[in-house]
Design a protein around this ligand. Structure first.
Ligand code: HEM
Length: 407
């Protein structure tokens, strides 16, 4: 390992940094060399350290201490009442946590309210596609991201995927609201709470008896892992919308990216790693996301839980067959095979042939009389799936875990 990564790992904060440095001795992992330059980042500069060896130096020691002090229940109770961005932090939080959260909830100087307003227009216009893409492209992709699949599987939330989905959907839902980052919105709260959850997982998961047996890293959720997951969200969504030739004005596409850049910042991804443009995002995704996709037994299990959620919620329209076919269509045959999703003799060819014209009709690029017969079926699917993945985000509280999944 070169000097810079070891130095950075140690710099990354106390015991976690040292543990991370110890992890350097682990066998080589299927990850590419980090050559992406921070000159292409939101910060425009950085020391070039591989984000695989960087975690969250501010939040991690703090959450470890809160867990070790036995304060998680007290903190969760207090945080349940904190829901709006502009709301003062609740009473009853430990002073060190309160200090951190006051800093963590602040928007960076580069936040652009004009772009956020345009991002809302985009979310409103494209809400149906976004719901489906977040759920089926990003959500299913998370099951073939080995670090994420294992972390989710062995952490507390892995025991109840329905609950986890609605919590994760809350983030997508909050981001799509008009006032996402305004005082009466909820996105800042959701991101800061998620940052605390991730820091807690970094402390807890290494203590799971299953973690060392399966994982190829000592501490989960590195900055690199977070970038990978980030790309499974906006970058993947934008890649699919582009494949489908959905017309998106440049200002809307840039604003959508901006809303996700802010999300990254509030989740604790360092600005030196967050891509400044779609070109930079695509270049980074090619380096960190595409090569890591692979099946794991944990991911296959999670994928099948997700595929079966639809039928339990909508009374049968979104059967696992239909969801499986859409997954194959959106993520390709290779991923469908990894996830052991069976071929669907009716749905697979229908999607191949009719989805393009369907989008074209929806977008006014083809006259309506040319609408394929599947038009209304697809439209109904979009509605049901968006409902499943976004509107299911009922009032829900993101809670800091105090243990791993009991297995
Ligand atoms: C929790 C979103 C990256 C693993 C959560 C939660 C949200 C979220 C909203 C709270 C929901 C819950 O408590 O279930 C995100 C986003 C990410 C990201 C938007 C990146 C942009 C990652 C990565 C990993 C990961 C990279 C692992 C490699 C987990 C785990 C939990 C969690 C294990 C806790 C589940 C539990 O309660 O046990 N994440 N996450 N996340 N996330 Fe992430």
């Amino acid at each position: 390992m070169d000097k810079i990564t070891r130095r950075h790992a140690l710099k990354a904060g106390g015991a976690l940094g040292v543990l991370g440095a110890a992890g350097l001795a682990a066998p080589a992992q299927a990850q590419s060399l980090w050559t992406w330059s921070s000159r292409g980042s939101v910060a425009g500069t950085g020391d070039g350290a591989d984000p695989r060896w960087v975690w969250d130096p501010e939040a991690d020691p703090l959450l470890a201490s809160i867990i070790d002090r036995g304060e998680v229940t007290k903190v969760n109770e207090a945080l349940r009442t904190w829901t709006k961005n502009g709301q003062p932090l609740p009473d009853g939080l430990p002073a060190d946590l309160r200090d951190f959260m006051e800093r963590a909830r602040g928007l960076p100087s580069w936040a652009d309210q004009g772009k956020l307003a345009t991002a809302f227009d985009f979310n409103e216009k494209r809400g149906l596609y976004l719901g489906v893409l977040y759920g089926l492209a990003s959500g299913m992709m998370s099951t073939v991201i080995p670090h994420e699949a294992r972390a989710v599987y062995y952490s507390k939330g892995g025991a109840n995927m329905k609950d986890r989905i609605s919590k994760t959907a809350k983030l997508g839902y909050d981001l799509g609201t008009r006032n996402a980052f305004q005082p009466d919105g909820e996105m800042i709260v959701t991101c800061v709470k998620t940052r605390l959850v991730h820091a807690a997982v970094r402390h807890l998961l290494p203590q799971s008896p299953y973690w060392p047996q399966t994982a190829d890293q000592t501490i989960p959720i590195s900055q690199r892992d977070m970038l990978v997951t980030w790309h499974s969200l906006p970058t993947t969504v934008m890649r699919r919308l582009t494949d489908w030739t959905v017309p998106i004005p440049a200002a809307e596409s840039e604003s959508f990216l901006h809303s996700w850049q802010l999300t990254a910042h509030l989740l604790g991804i360092m600005d030196e790693y967050t891509p400044a443009s779609w070109d930079e995002a695509n270049a980074q995704a090619t380096q960190v996301l595409d090569p890591v996709l692979a099946p794991t037994s944990e991911g296959v299990d999670l994928a099948h839980i997700l595929l079966n959620l639809g039928s339990s919620i909508d009374g049968g329209i979104l059967t696992s067959h239909v969801l499986g076919a859409f997954t194959r269509f959106m993520l390709g045959d290779q991923i469908a095979e990894w996830l052991q999703i069976p071929a669907e003799p009716v749905w697979d060819p229908l999607l191949q042939q009719a989805w393009g014209p369907f989008i074209a009709v929806r977008e006014g690029l083809l006259p309506f009389p040319a609408a394929p017969a599947a038009y209304w079926t697809f439209d109904e699917f979009l509605r049901q799936a968006a409902l499943l993945f976004l509107s299911e985000a009922k009032p829900i509280s993101i809670e800091i875990p105090d243990a791993n999944r009991p297995l």
